[in-house]
Design a protein around this ligand. Structure first.
Ligand SMILES: *Cc1c(COP(=O)(O)O)cnc(C)c1O
Length: 463
């Protein structure tokens, strides 16, 4: 038998013919010929592979226009997709941490559309430095002498160390050699900044004399790191901030703290666990403090360094500052966020992070009760759907052991199979606006703390 060419290949339509099909022509108008032609070529290729493998045309060949439309839509879809964060973690690093306040969103939009006075002073017609306006605002809010803003808190720590202690020794307690998720480890940052880490004390106890004994002519910095994502309990001792600051003054060595998630206001007034405030540490005599913009502050990703003018000036002039500086969109968002702190009475309403963190359990409970009947009706044959209390986490390493009472919708597989639950979670991740929950104890939990529009969730879940 001689091999005859498969007749199926001749059924692949030519690009030129497809481009002129009445259903495809409008796509050319919308997406342009380049993208359409490239996509059609790839589709032709897929058909050839399919014929070779299975000796048949793929199903979608019945309607090239529909298949093309789907592929174009997928191709144009943005990779950064809005999702429902029902994970129970408010400041979820993998979901982009803080949601910005409306005034911050407006401020960003404005600086994207128009030239702005980023490094331009209107009175002197010269170049000012880009953090100036924000630094003044930060000083007003925290009592700091000066400030520097960079890309994130990791950058803030790196820049601080490189400026103050490059080629020299930095003394840190063994109990504070923190690793934050995503490869930020204090010992590694020290190496990158060209510093030599000198560990003192033990994992559970460090005393002032430990720092004292480590000081020599090579010592350039005494540093504390807020143990933001863990806590050491039991037989413990750490040196207080004021003691360390006093030791720094006495030995003429600067002191610094990496706070991670510093809060600009006292969280206790909202019934939340108290979190270190930069102002308190500066008041106690610490020279430099660093923290994140997108953790409890509720702003954009940024790193903020506060402290003594002499050190901030040196930091501003370090060559790394240029590489780590914040862009105009970040600065605009941060400024608008900080301006909200000038009017603390409205903060709880205007700042999404604080609004979500301070929601009362009753509110989430009522929402769960309201959503339950429709969701039960829809999912009830395959899942046991309940309304149950749960705990939310603040997240991003802040306040690791404190949890906030919340309320959730929970789904248990009626067939008792873990795979059924996994399948449901996967299905929700595939939605146009994916729903992100958390599987724990044989149930899929949708913590309602971060859900402000119940109707929108219903629309997503009842496809
Ligand atoms: C979160 C955190 C960091 C890193 O901050 P980013 O803004 O994510 O770069 C550094 N140190 C501590 C103690 C933290 O909690």
């Amino acid at each position: 038998m001689t091999q005859k060419p498969c007749p199926l290949y001749s059924q692949i339509p030519a690009i030129d013919r497809l481009l002129h099909e009445p259903q495809i022509a409008p796509f050319v108008e919308q997406y342009g010929q380049t993208l359409i032609t490239a996509t059609l070529r790839r589709m032709q290729e897929q058909v050839r592979i399919n014929i070779k493998q299975y000796q048949e045309l793929p199903d979608w060949c019945d309607n090239w226009a529909v298949a093309l439309g789907q592929r174009l839509e997928r191709k144009q879809a943005l990779a950064l997709k809005p999702v429902f964060n029902l994970s129970g973690t408010v400041l979820h690093t993998n979901l982009g941490r803080a949601l910005l306040a409306e005034p911050a969103i407006e401020a960003v939009t404005q600086v994207m559309r128009s030239p702005v006075t980023l490094e331009y002073s209107l009175n002197g017609a010269g170049r000012g430095h880009r953090d100036r306006a924000l630094a003044n605002l930060l000083c007003e809010l925290t009592g700091s002498e000066d400030a520097c803003i960079v890309n994130n808190n990791a950058a803030a720590v790196l820049l601080l160390l490189a400026t103050v202690a490059s080629g020299k020794q930095v003394v840190v307690s063994r109990g504070e050699l923190v690793e934050i998720g995503g490869a930020f480890r204090i010992p590694d940052v020290m190496v990158q900044a060209g510093c030599q880490l000198v560990e003192v004390g033990t994992t559970n106890r460090t005393h002032l004399r430990d720092y004292q004994q480590a000081i020599n002519e090579e010592t350039a910095l005494l540093m504390k790191v807020h143990t933001s994502n863990y806590s050491i309990e039991g037989f413990t001792a750490e040196v207080s901030v004021s003691e360390l600051a006093a030791l720094g003054v006495k030995s003429q060595i600067p002191t610094a703290i990496d706070l991670g998630s510093g809060s600009m206001i006292n969280m206790a007034q909202y019934g939340l666990p108290a979190e270190p405030m930069p102002r308190d540490y500066l008041d106690q005599g610490i020279d430099l403090v660093t923290f994140s913009g997108d953790k409890l502050l509720g702003g954009p990703q940024a790193g903020i360094i506060l402290g003594k003018k002499q050190w901030i000036e040196a930091i501003q002039h370090h060559p790394l500052k240029r590489a780590l500086r914040a862009d105009k969109m970040t600065l605009a968002a941060l400024e608008a966020t900080l301006r909200l702190y000038q009017r603390p009475e409205q903060l709880c309403r205007q700042l999404p992070t604080l609004r979500l963190l301070t929601r009362q359990q009753q509110e989430m409970h009522d929402m769960a009760q309201q959503l339950l009947p429709e969701i039960q009706a829809y999912y009830g044959d395959r899942f046991i759907v309940r309304s149950e209390p749960c705990y939310s986490q603040i997240g991003s390493g802040s306040l690791p052991i404190d949890r906030l009472p919340s309320w959730a919708l929970t789904f248990a597989a009626a067939d008792g199979q873990g795979s059924t639950l996994e399948q449901l979670a996967r299905c929700w991740r595939g939605l146009a606006k994916p729903v992100i929950g958390r599987i724990s104890g044989g149930r899929l939990w949708l913590d309602l703390r971060c859900l402000e529009d119940g109707k929108e969730l219903l629309q997503a879940l009842l496809l």
